[in-house]
Design a protein around this ligand. Structure first.
Ligand SMILES: Nc1ncnc2c1ncn2[C@@H]1O[C@H](COP(=O)(O)OP(=O)(O)O)[C@@H](O)[C@H]1O
Ligand SMILES: [Mg+2]
Length: 485
C-alpha cells in the first residue's frame, strides 16, 4: 500500500498500519490509535482507509441515540443501502456492522465520545471480538479505534478493562520530531527552524489553518512572523495554548492546572518548587501532575545521576511560549499591541523559551543520533546534576548520555554535554565538563569512553576546535543537529 503524497512523513506509522491492515488472522482484529488532538490521527487513518478500502466513522459528542443514528446513516451510505437501519443499541450496531462489512478496514474515530455516552460499549465490543462473537460470523474486517482523550484511550486497554489483551496494535501518533517539523514547515535555515519549533513545536495542524499557512520567509522575518501569528489575536494559534489543557483533559479545577503549567514554564522543575510557586502542598500536586503527564502536556524526566530526583518539563512548546510571553499581556495583545509585547519579551523569550528548548532539542539529538558520534547505544538521556563539594557548587550537565547498565558493572557514561543557544562556546565549557567527568569517575561511573560534547547555536572558538585533536570531544552546531552536514 503506497502512502499518499499529501501525507507528510509518518513513514514508520504508515508501514506498521498498512502491514497490520493486511493481516487476515481471525485473532488479530483490533487496533487502538491514540494521541493528542491535531497530531494527524484522522488525517492518517482517512488516507489508510482510502488506500485499503473500508469504512470510516467519526463519532461526535452526543447521546447514544443520536450516535447510533449517525452510525447507521454512515454505514448505509457506505454500502449504498436505500435507508439506514434502525439500530437499537451498540450490540445491535456491532452485529450489523460486521454483517455488512465483510473485509478491509473499519475505523471508529473519536471513540471516547461513544464510550462517554455508552460506558458498556467496550464490553459489548469485547464480546463481539471473542470467538463466536459478531466479528467472527463471516467478516474478516480489522477494526481500529481512534481517539484523542488520552485518559479514555489509555484506560481502554489497561488493568481489568474489557478490551485488555484484545488489541494487536497500539500506536500513539506524536508530534513531528524537530527535524521532521522543519521539513514540514519547509524551513531550511536551522537557526530559524529552532526558533519556530520553540514556538509551535511539531504539531502538524499548527502549520495550516492555525496560522493561515503563514511561514516565516527567512530568519529576519521571524519577529514579524511571531507578531503576525502567535501574538495576533485574529489567529487561532494565539488562543490555542489556553484551550489545550482543558481540551485534553476533563479538568475540574482549571486554575490549579494553569498554575502548575505556569510554574513549570517559569523554571520550577521539582514538585517542591512547583508547590512553593503556587502555594499548595506537595501532596496536592501528585494528582494534577499525573493527569498533565498522562495527557502528554508535561513529562517527568529523571536525573540520570540521582534515582530520586527528576525534573518536570512542558512537552508542548506552545504552552511554554504562552506562559512566558503571552499570558500576562493578553489584554495588550488583544488590543493590537503585540509588537510592544514582543519587543519587551525578548529577554524572557531567550532565557525561558529558547534556552531550555534548545537544551531539550540537543537531548533529543543525542538520543536519536547518539550512535553516530558515541561509542555505544544511548540507553538513557537526561539533564543531570553533579555535586562538586570541593568547590561548594553543583555542575548542571545539560545532556547526559548513559549506556544501558549491566548488573554488577559500573555504569558507563557515553557523553556529557553542554548546550548554549546564543553563545560562542570555548574551552571554559569543556573544562567544566572535564571536572564533572572526574567527579563522576570518583563516584564509580565508567568514564573511560566518555565523549565531552558542546552543542551550540553560536559556534565554537578556535581553541575548542583544537581541543578536538587531543581528546574525544563532539562539537555539534546547528547544521549537525539538523543533519544538514
Ligand atoms: N502527516 C501529515 N501531513 C500533512 N498534513 C498533516 C499531517 N498530519 C496532520 N496534518 C494536518 O493537520 C491537520 C489536523 O490533523 P487531524 O488528523 O485532524 O488531527 P487529529 O485527528 O489527531 O486531531 C490536518 O487536517 C492536516 O491539515
Ligand atoms: Mg481527529
Amino acid at each position: 500500500m503506497r502512502k499518499p503524497d499529501h501525507v507528510f512523513d509518518r513513514l514508520m506509522e504508515w508501514r506498521r498500519l498498512s502491514e497490520w491492515a493486511e493481516i487476515t488472522d481471525p485473532d488479530i482484529r483490533l487496533g487502538v490509535i491514540s494521541g493528542r488532538r491535531r497530531q494527524g490521527k484522522t488525517y492518517l487513518l482517512r488516507a489508510l482507509v482510502e488506500a485499503r478500502g473500508g469504512f470510516y466513522f467519526a463519532a461526535s459528542e452526543s447521546t447514544t441515540a443520536v450516535s447510533l443514528r449517525e452510525f447507521a446513516e454512515s454505514l448505509a451510505e457506505h454500502i449504498g443501502a436505500p435507508a439506514p437501519p434502525a439500530l437499537n443499541d451498540w450490540d445491535h450496531a456491532l452485529r450489523y456492522m460486521y454483517e455488512v462489512i465483510p473485509d478491509g478496514l473499519i475505523v471508529i474515530d473519536e471513540f471516547p465520545y461513544l464510550v462517554k455516552a455508552s460506558p458498556a460499549l467496550p464490553s459489548q465490543l469485547q464480546r463481539a471480538l471473542d470467538p463466536g462473537g459478531w466479528a467472527h460470523r463471516g467478516s474478516t474486517a480489522q477494526l481500529l479505534l481512534c481517539g484523542s482523550a488520552m485518559s479514555v484511550m489509555g484506560g481502554l486497554l489497561a488493568g481489568n478493562a474489557p478490551l485488555r489483551g484484545r488489541a494487536s496494535l497500539e500506536m500513539i501518533i506524536r508530534p513531528f520530531d524537530y527535524r521532521t517539523a522543519a521539513g514540514f514547515w519547509g524551513i531550511t535555515d536551522p537557526r530559524l527552524a529552532v526558533l519556530v519549533h520553540a514556538v509551535v513545536g511539531g504539531t502538524p495542524a499548527y502549520r495550516r489553518s492555525f496560522v493561515q499557512k503563514d511561514v516565516p520567509r527567512s530568519f529576519d522575518d521571524f519577529d514579524d512572523w511571531v507578531r503576525r501569528t502567535a501574538l495576533n489575536p485574529d489567529m487561532p494559534i494565539s488562543r490555542e495554548a489556553r484551550m489545550l489543557p482543558t481540551e485534553e483533559i476533563a479538568i475540574r479545577e482549571p486554575g490549579l492546572y494553569n498554575a502548575v503549567l505556569a510554574a513549570v514554564a517559569a523554571g520550577n522543575t521539582t514538585r517542591g518548587a512547583i508547590a512553593g510557586h503556587i502555594g499548595r502542598k506537595e501532596t496536592e500536586l501528585a494528582h494534577p501532575l499525573q493527569v498533565l503527564a498522562d495527557a502528554g502536556l508535561i513529562a517527568r524526566e529523571a536525573d540520570p545521576f540521582h534515582a530520586r530526583r527528576s525534573a518536570f518539563r512542558i512537552t508542548e512548546p506552545l504552552i511554554t511560549f504562552y506562559e512566558v510571553v503571552v499570558r500576562r499581556h493578553w489584554s495588550m495583545i488583544e488590543e493590537g499591541y503585540g509588537d510592544i509585547v514582543w519587543r519587551r519579551a525578548q529577554d524572557a523569550f531567550l532565557a525561558h523559551v529558547v534556552g531550555p528548548h534548545f537544551e531539550a532539542l540537543c537531548r533529543r539529538y543525542a538520543r536519536a543520533h547518539g550512535l553516530e558520534f558515541l561509542g555505544g547505544l544511548p540507553a538513557e538521556v537526561g539533564a543531570g546534576v553533579v555535586s562538586d563539594p570541593a568547590n561548594r557548587t553543583q555542575i548542571e550537565v545539560d545532556v547526559v548520555v548513559l549506556a544501558s547498565g549491566l548488573p554488577g558493572e559500573r555504569r558507563k557514561i557515553l557523553s556529557l554535554g553542554e548546550a548554549k543557544w546564543n553563545r560562542r562556546m570555548g574551552v571554559g565549557h569543556l573544562e567544566r565538563l572535564r571536572r564533572a567527568r572526574d567527579l563522576l569517575t570518583a563516584k564509580g561511573y565508567d568514564t573511560s569512553d566518555t565523549v565531552l560534547a558542546c552543542y551550540s547555536g553560536g559556534g565554537f572558538d578556535d581553541e575548542l576546535h583544537a581541543a578536538q585533536e587531543r581528546e574525544p570531544v563532539h562539537l555539534a552546531d546547528l547544521e549537525i543537529l539538523y543533519g544538514i552536514r
